[in-house]
Write a protein that binds this ligand. Structure first.
Ligand SMILES: [Zn+2]
Length: 274
């Protein structure tokens, strides 16, 4: 049986996934005549999470389409922003800790597993909690159990953050989430967090917040300039979101910041103790 020959053209955004000869434009490929187009694209190195429309001779087809001889196929990149059926929330793999903390700083729901629980458990959690799996691991993104996934294109946290915010446009509610554990912050009295305070902090500050999950205390203060800059840039470029709107994230409880020099690297903003 003759194997069908098709012509393939990948969007520029997908060129990093394919071998060099396929980056130059339309190239020929012989298929086995039985594999789906989704499988063919994936076998050339492109995660399906990154694929938008698939066009055969200009007509959109599902990834279950089995290519026939002579077809000209265009593989487009996923649209930005990418619609999500539920408000976007995320699960990050063990290599994306800084990105996780920055998303939380902006109030975005960002679960993060460290130590690594393994690809199977990550995929299962993504499915169980309807979280978008963020990873730079193409093998992980190929797992069929994932509810949704997205490749993180840069290895640099600042670019990673812009990548995720521009792609999914999650509502932003800065300073409303615990950067250590992803729990929500609620306003707290000085009395309720007193045992976590050092003397100077207790005298200097009056507005406090506390994580609903881990109990970590935060206070309004002179926050770390670098974290402030991250928040300011994100809000400027990606909007304040729909914070406080019906059914959305609660409004920020205030700007809680750095006092003791435990920087972003430790995953803490304005942490009183620990
Ligand atoms: Zn917490």
């Amino acid at each position: 049986m003759d194997r069908p020959q098709i012509q393939l053209d990948f969007a520029p955004e997908l060129h990093l996934f394919v071998s060099a000869p396929r980056r130059a434009g339309r190239t020929a490929l012989r298929t086995d005549g039985a594999s789906t187009l989704g499988h063919v694209v994936e076998s050339l190195g492109v995660p399906l999470t990154e694929v938008g429309a698939l066009l055969v001779d200009g007509r959109a087809v599902p990834d279950s389409h089995v290519p026939a001889d002579g077809e000209e196929i265009t593989v487009r990149a996923v649209a930005r922003p990418q619609p999500s059926p539920v408000p976007a929330r995320f699960l990050l793999d063990v290599h994306l800790g800084t990105l996780a903390r920055r998303l939380r700083l902006l109030g975005v729901d960002a679960a993060y597993e460290n130590p690594d629980i393994g690809d199977a458990a990550l995929a299962a959690r993504s499915a169980a909690e309807q979280r978008i799996m963020l990873s730079r691991d193409r093998g992980l993104l190929r797992r069929r159990e994932l509810w949704a996934g997205a490749y993180v294109y840069s290895h640099r946290p600042a670019e990673q953050l812009r990548d995720v915010l521009s792609r999914f446009a999650p509502p932003l509610a800065p300073w409303s989430r615990c950067t250590a554990c992803n729990g929500r912050l609620h306003p707290a009295t000085k009395t309720s967090v007193r045992e976590q305070l050092r003397d100077g902090t207790e005298r200097s500050y009056d507005a406090f917040a506390q994580c609903e999950d881990c109990g970590q205390a935060y206070w309004r203060g002179a926050h770390h300039a670098r974290l402030e800059a991250i928040v300011a840039e994100a809000v400027r470029d990606f909007g304040p979101g729909r914070a406080g709107g019906p059914g959305q994230e609660p409004g920020p409880v205030g700007e809680f910041g750095e006092v003791h020099g435990s920087g972003e690297g430790q995953g803490r903003i304005g942490v009183v103790s620990g």
